[in-house]
Design a protein around this ligand. Sequence first.
Ligand code: G3P
Ligand code: CA
Length: 244
Amino acid sequence: MTRVVAHRGNSWVAPQNTLAAFEAAARGGAHCIELDVQLTSDGHVVVIHDDTLDATTTGSGWLKDTTLAEVRDLDAGSWFSPAYAGQRVPLLDEVIELLLRHPSLDLLCEVKGEWTPDEAVRVTRPLRAAGLADRVVVQSFWPGTVGALRTADPDLRRGLLLGDVGPDVLGLCAALDVVMANPHGLLLQQDPSLVARLHDAGLRVAVWTLDEPTDWAAAVALGVDEIITDRPDHLAGWLAGGAV
Ligand code: G3P
Ligand code: CA
């Protein structure tokens, strides 16, 4: 069965990386939500994709120069629609509460940028303390951050995001001891053998970010385990319809 991963929540119908988008994903049939975490200037873990505030909030400037109190004052919904005015940049702790309310919803947690092990603990510790370890994969594009996540909690499952595929991608995955390698969709078009090679190495594969049925069909035909999509409700319906 191909699993449906909601990219930044159900970001087709609600503002990305908000509690509204995660709730819509859960109600729309997603198996898992994907989100992005970063640190505020005072070291709190918040859920936001960009390293600046401009695109998805009423604020501006760098997140790393902004305190949690300042971030929490911002509106993260009205840029998308007035109907979502009042949505906030979520705390990781709020997403954990949502996951506990939806016991069948898993989490693919992307850690953006370079993190130290001490910083990575701020992500791994609350997830483990909430009893979510078997429902979570933490992932990053940055190998050093994946290594930091490993130091922070060696037994919490990890993934490596692949924006490109280097000659020793399997060696890198082995060195980081990841359970998933998650490629951009174009990489599967360039190298249709990639999924099989990753599977042969014992890795699960979640491809990103596919929003159209033709791309879903190609990914399913290649045997991907999970599809990360902005349209999780559509993908869930498409899969349930037995198109493949
Ligand atoms: O999880 C895969 C995908 O989210 C990576 O790209 O830029 O949407 O975070 P981006
Ligand atoms: Ca992401």
